[in-house]
Write a protein that binds this ligand. Structure first.
Ligand SMILES: Cc1ncc(C[n+]2csc(CCOP(=O)(O)OP(=O)(O)O)c2C)c(N)n1
Length: 328
């Protein structure tokens, strides 16, 4: 992290809003897991639990008309950019009220009203879309910024380097946010990623920084600087956010001790939890007390439960619409 990043202030209001949003994402994901386990959700899903501070820290530094592109592990990105819980659950359950009329599912949620150009199940796939959006901002002379979220597994995809090259040559307002949760599916990233991650971006002349992805204030501080830089024609950036997913690669990945130790999972949960880190800070500053945090959690739980109920009761698209809105 750069020396100046900590100076970007998190006001009490913003701190509480970040806590609310991170709690909402966590509870959303826990309910998504319940829906899968009770066989109410078709297919599977990839939970973002443990990584909430990245989506919230980054999106708190963006305007509504800035863009994001997301991944197969994208619910947190969508919610942090302003998506509604009920419509998100409806999409997971294949209902017509969902963001893609129930035809995209968990891995393809887009919400253009809030600048979310869409999640993408192709690892690295959305890097081209984010870079294209940034090109359009520059071409049209707007000051919008595009953020591309991706896991470190996407570092093995050639597309990412093609677009970083263009972004640097054309000084596009795009920020590549690499969420390194240590694993690509069931493989430790060190077995798949050679050399230094930041050096890859720097070799294109792209400003590259590293941040503690469990600390929402640090993520917000770094992103605020990089967004400001991109908005004022300072060019693209790369942010490496170190994090951990508490659950398996997807909801069905239950027995995972063969690829990562239980002790490691427990250590991240007990020592590096992003909600606990922010909650402790809010309390230490006397911006909130335990009752305030509990109230935020209760409200988020009510919102999530109402969203689940809405989605369960919502109708499926009628069969005659089965080929509508499909482009591939
Ligand atoms: C191009 C492509 N190759 C392989 C896959 C299968 N796949 C889905 S997720 C994943 C691992 C992704 O790891 P990472 O990018 O680090 O994200 P994480 O799951 O850790 O969030 C792979 C290999 C895919 N979806 N797309």
């Amino acid at each position: 992290m750069s020396a100046t990043a900590e100076r970007t202030e998190v006001t009490p209001e913003l701190g509480l809003e970040m806590y609310r949003r991170m709690t909402q994402i966590r509870l959303f994901e826990e309910s998504a897991n319940d829906l899968y386990r009770s066989a109410k959700m078709p297919g599977l899903t990839h939970l973002y639990i443990g990584e909430e501070a990245i989506a919230v820290g980054v999106c708190s530094a963006l305007r509504q008309n800035d863009w994001i592109t997301s991944t197969h592990r994208g619910h947190g990105h969508c919610l942090a950019k302003g998506a509604e819980v009920g419509r998100m659950f409806a999409e997971l359950l294949g209902k017509e009220a969902g963001y893609c009329r129930g035809k995209g599912g968990s891995m393809h949620i887009a919400d253009h009203e809030n600048g979310n150009l869409g999640a993408n199940a192709i690892v690295g796939g959305s890097a081209g879309i984010a870079t294209g959006a940034a090109f359009s901002a520059k071409y049209r002379g707007t000051d919008q910024v595009a953020v591309c979220f991706f896991g470190e597994g996407a570092l093995g995809q050639g597309l990412v380097y093609e677009v970083m090259n263009m972004a640097s040559l054309w000084q596009l307002p795009v920020i590549y946010v690499c969420e390194n949760n240590l694993y690509n599916e069931y493989t430790h990233y060190l077995e798949a990623t050679a050399g230094e991650i930041l050096a890859r971006a720097r070799s294109f002349g792209i400003e590259a920084r590293e941040v503690d992805g469990q600390d929402v204030r640090a993520v917000f501080a770094e992103t605020t600087q990089l967004v400001e830089r991109a908005r004022t024609r300072g060019g693209p950036a790369f942010l490496l956010a170190n994090t951990y997913r508490y659950h398996g690669h997807h909801v069905g990945d239950i027995d995972r001790a063969y690829y990562r130790p239980k002790e490691e999972e427990e250590l991240w949960r007990s020592e590096r939890d992003p909600l606990a880190i922010l909650g402790t800070w809010l309390e230490s500053k006397q911006f909130a007390n335990g009752d305030d945090l509990k109230r935020i959690e209760d409200e988020a739980r009510d919102e999530v439960q109402a969203g689940v109920q809405f989605a369960l009761e919502a109708p499926f698209p009628p069969p005659e619409q089965v080929t509508e809105d499909l482009y591939a």
